[in-house]
Design a protein around this ligand. Structure first.
Ligand SMILES: *Cc1c(COP(=O)(O)O)cnc(C)c1O
Length: 339
C-alpha cells in the first residue's frame, strides 16, 4: 500500500481491503455485509454461470481539489443497473441499497482513493449475479449484489491522445431487440473476438455497426460514439446502444456551450463529414479518434490531422474532468460528496 505509483496505475484489478455484498433470498434483500475476501462462494448451478444472469456497472470516485471525495452521477448508475436487472429478470437494487453500498465501500477503502492532481481515480465496480441454482432455463431465486473498488490511473498517460479504431462488418455486438441497451456481461463476451483481432491489427478498439442493416454507426467497443460537425454534437440513436452516462453528460455540456445536439442514426458515409469524432465512457471520458479504418473496404477516415485531439472534444473533456475533480462548479448536481 505504502508506495502506490498513482500516475502510472493501469486500468486493471487492484486489490483493496474491503468489498461489500448483499444477498437477495426469499424475495428480499438482506443486510449489507463487508467482506475482505476477494472470492465469492457460489452454487455450481448458479444462473450467472450457466445462463448469463449477470449485470455490472462502472463508475468512479475522485479526490477533489478541496480534499473531498466525490462520486459522479451515481443515481444514473443505480437506475441503469435496475434496467439491466429488469431486462434479464434479476432482483432489482433500490437507490437506498445502492447508495449505502457505494458510500460504505468507498469509506472502507478511503486510503485507495488517489490523491488530487495525479489524474487517477477510484474505480467502482458494482455487480449483480443470479446466485441461486437452476438447471432449467429460468431466473434464479437468489441474487448477489456486490461492489469492489480499486484505484485506476489516468487513462491517457501521455496526455489526451487520439487513437485508431477499426470499423467491422463481420461481427455484431448486440442484436436488435436483444440486450445491447443493458449492461450485461454477455454483450462483452460477444465483443471479445473482434476486439482482440482489431488489437492484433493495430487498432485500439472496434467500431460496430447496427446489426440489422449494417449501415449505421452503433458503438465504439465498450464506449459510445460521437461526432462533431461544425457547432453540432452528433451521437447515434439505436436500440442496441448502451446509454452512456458520460455521453448524456457531454450532451448537457455541449448544449450549455451553445452547441446543438443531435441524437439520431448516423450512416457510415457520414463519417467523412465530421470534424472530430470520439468514443466516450467512464474510463477515459473521451477517447479522441484519429483514424477509422473500414476493415472490409479499406476506406480510411482521418481526423486530428495535426496529431492532437480536436478543440471541441478537448473543451468537453476538460469541462467534465474539472467538474469531477471539483476544480469547477457543478451546477448540475452531478457529484455526491462522500463524507
Ligand atoms: C458502460 C458502457 C459504456 C459507457 O457508459 P458510461 O456510463 O459512460 O461509463 C458504453 N458502452 C457500453 C457497451 C458500455 O457497457
Amino acid at each position: 500500500m505504502e508506495n502506490i505509483d498513482w500516475k502510472n496505475l493501469p486500468f486493471g484489478y487492484f486489490k483493496t481491503d474491503y468489498n461489500v455484498r448483499c444477498y437477495w433470498k426469499g424475495g428480499k434483500w438482506g443486510e449489507l455485509e463487508i467482506s475482505s475476501s476477494e472470492y465469492v462462494s457460489m452454487h455450481m448451478a448458479a444462473t450467472c454461470l450457466h445462463y448469463g444472469q449477470e449485470a455490472f456497472e462502472g463508475m468512479k470516485a475522485f479526490m477533489g481539489k478541496d480534499g473531498k471525495i466525490r462520486v459522479f452521477r451515481w443515481e444514473e448508475n443505480a437506475k441503469r443497473m435496475r434496467r439491466s436487472a429488469h431486462g434479464i429478470m434479476m432482483a432489482e437494487v433500490s437507490d437506498e441499497l445502492f447508495f449505502q453500498a457505494i458510500t460504505t465501500v468507498i469509506k472502507m477503502n478511503k486510503k485507495y482513493v488517489p490523491p488530487y492532481g495525479t489524474g487517477a481515480a477510484l474505480y467502482i465496480r458494482p455487480l449483480l449475479l443470479g446466485s441461486g441454482p437452476q438447471v432449467g432455463v429460468k431466473p434464479a431465486m437468489e441474487y448477489l449484489f456486490m461492489i469492489f473498488v480499486g484505484p485506476v490511473g489516468p487513462y491517457f498517460k501521455g496526455g489526451f491522445s487520439p487513437v485508431n479504431i477499426q470499423l467491422v462488418r463481420d461481427y455484431d455486438r448486440a442484436a436488435p431487440q436483444g440486450t445491447g441497451h443493458i449492461k450485461v456481461g454477455g454483450n462483452y463476451a460477444a465483443s471479445l473476438r473482434p476486439a482482440d483481432r482489431a488489437k492484433e491489427e493495430g487498432h485500439a478498439s472496434v467500431l460496430f455497426l447496427d446489426a440489422k442493416e449494417n449501415k449505421y454507426i452503433d458503438e465504439a467497443g465498450p464506449a459510445n460514439f460521437f461526432g462533431i460537425k461544425g457547432n453540432t454534437y452528433v451521437t447515434p440513436a439505436s436500440d442496441t446502444i448502451l446509454p452512456s452516462i458520460t455521453n448524456m453528460s457531454l450532451q448537457v455540456l455541449a448544449l450549455d456551450m451553445g452547441m446543438e445536439v443531435e441524437v439520431r442514426q448516423v450512416t457510415i458515409e457520414e463519417l467523412a463529414d465530421f470534424d472530430e469524432v470520439g468514443a466516450c465512457g467512464t474510463a477515459a471520458i473521451i477517447s479522441p479518434i484519429k483514424k477509422i479504418e473500414d476493415r472490409e473496404t479499406g476506406r480510411v477516415y482521418e481526423y486530428c490531422k495535426d496529431g492532437k485531439a480536436g478543440s471541441v472534444s478537448t473543451r468537453l473533456y476538460n469541462k467534465l474532468r474539472a467538474i469531477q475533480y471539483a476544480e469547477e462548479e457543478d451546477p448540475y448536481g452531478w457529484n455526491l460528496v462522500v463524507e
